[in-house]
Design a protein around this ligand. Structure first.
Ligand SMILES: Cc1ncc(COP(=O)(O)O)c(C=O)c1O
Length: 444
């Protein structure tokens, strides 16, 4: 039995099936945008562990910062014996957060934990309880987060009851005929039919939906939400967990709309692969909860903060916002060329290097092709490319290569992708090990 097959057998026996696997390719090591499995096979990595290594796997500067920190302190617990790197990283994020209002930052460990804390802070600051979220949105797998997440399968069904007073409205999706005006009308209707706006603590939105399918909220829609929130005293929370840290060509995606959110949740690429998340928000709002009401044992560990500071330096030094724009433009243009060849590509969406294609049958937006999407992910792995699917209907391929990827490697990955798409369209069977199952859908 091959090493991958052996590990997969052990995985099935030891680990619950609820943790999905996109591929049965077991990673051994990675460097920048390349990854090697336990059998020594090389892959181009267009997944970045779901948008976690925007600065590439083991960036030398991030690695050096972590190594230096390992000689000094790995755990102090900020609530017990605080340390400077937590403060320094908070200062750096406060300075980078959009808008002129003074900011404060709290660190947590996972994206879901950041979202939970943002909701707690919003409730405390407003003394209101309801939250509005969007259909197709993804905010994490903890109990409050699954209520906010706008997708029943696999996140909510069987895990109820949900947190009460969470309302969903449609996210603008031009490809599916949902306009910004439709979404705003739905909120208006919600205020008439379901909830008094004076009870609503927050509206939480991903400026570009991640797991939901890389739908880009129109800038004017985000501006309208800002106005609506101001009118009703509602806090606007931008969930930047997947979109943050230069993924879309700006440090935070909401900057494209020129909107200052009240609170922002960040995680994933914040620390180059070390678990770290944060809520960044307007200082007065962040200061609302009582002393002791926020925190966590591992939250903002010295190792994670050291990595986070190095990540910000890399973003600046390597001009990753600009690089993200360049890479995204190249990738999107290549995908648009492919669209002319492959009618299955219904739409190409790109904001910076947050790029996706939606696969459909018969060129129809209302005929999602989830089977083809699954087949493409498996075919890509067979050819040596790691990609992920996503989307409400499981028919979106997302491209999340590190922003530090070289031009030749991007090209190699795109060539592999085109071959994989051709394989899948022609129905080339995906024999071998890659068939673990959910194609990255439900990954996060
Ligand atoms: C937009 C968004 N919010 C929240 C989360 C949850 O983050 P985590 O998986 O770190 O809990 C994710 C994860 O994919 C995400 O993309």
């Amino acid at each position: 039995m091959s090493k991958n097959a052996d590990l997969h057998k052990r995985r099935i026996a030891a680990i619950p099936r609820g943790v999905g696997n996109s591929l049965a390719v077991y990673a051994e090591r990675a460097q920048n945008a390349e990854l090697w499995d336990v059998e020594g096979r090389r892959y181009v990595d267009f997944a970045s562990g779901i948008a976690v290594v925007n600065t590439g796997h083991l960036h030398p500067q991030v690695k050096a910062a972590m190594a230096a920190q390992l000689e000094k302190l790995t755990h102090g617990c900020f609530q017990v014996t605080p340390y400077e790197s937590y403060i320094a990283l908070a200062e750096a994020l406060n300075a980078r957060a959009p808008g002129p209002t003074p900011k404060k930052t709290i660190f947590l460990s996972t994206g879901a934990e950041a979202v939970e804390n943002a909701i707690k802070i919003a409730r405390y600051a407003t003394r209101r309880s309801a939250v509005i979220a969007f259909t197709g949105g993804f905010h994490g797998r903890t109990l409050a987060c699954i209520a906010l997440t706008g997708k029943v399968q696999p996140y909510k069904a069987g895990f109820g009851p949900m947190l009460p007073e969470v309302f969903h409205v449609p996210f603008p999706m031009a490809f599916h005929g949902v306009t910004a005006a439709d979404s705003l009308a739905a909120i208006d209707n919600l205020f008439k039919a379901d909830v008094d706006p004076a009870r609503v603590a927050a509206i939480i939105i991903e400026p570009v939906q991640g797991e939901g399918g890389f739908y880009i909220a129109p800038p004017e829609f985000l501006r309208s939400l800002r106005t609506l929130c101001d009118k009703h005293g509602i806090l606007l929370i931008a969930d930047e967990i997947q979109t943050g840290f230069s993924r879309t060509g700006k440090t935070f995606a909401i900057e494209h709309a020129g909107v200052e959110p009240d609170l922002m949740t960040v995680a994933k690429s914040i620390a180059g692969g070390v678990p770290l998340s944060a809520v960044i928000g307007k200082a007065e709002i962040m200061d609302a909860p009582v002393v002791g009401g926020l925190g966590g044992t591992f939250a903002g560990s010295p190792l994670a903060c050291a990595a986070g500071l190095a990540v910000l330096e890399v973003i600046d030094r390597e001009n990753l916002n600009q690089r993200s724009e360049q890479l995204g433009a190249k990738l999107a243009s290549r995908l648009r060329q492919m669209q002319a060849k492959f009618p299955s590509i219904g739409e190409v969406r790109a904001l910076g290097m947050m790029v996706a294609i939606e696969l459909v049958k018969n060129r129809r937006a209302d005929s999602p092709d989830a089977d083809l999407t699954k087949a493409v992910v498996q075919a890509a792995a067979k050819r040596g490319l790691v990609i992920l699917a996503c989307g409400m209907y499981g028919n979106v391929i997302r491209f999340l290569a590190p922003l530090t990827i070289s031009d030749p490697l991007l090209k190699e990955g795109m060539n592999l992708f085109e071959q994989a798409l051709a394989d899948a369209v022609q129905g080339v069977p995906n024999v071998g090990l890659q068939g673990a199952g959910d194609a990255g859908r439900g990954a996060g």
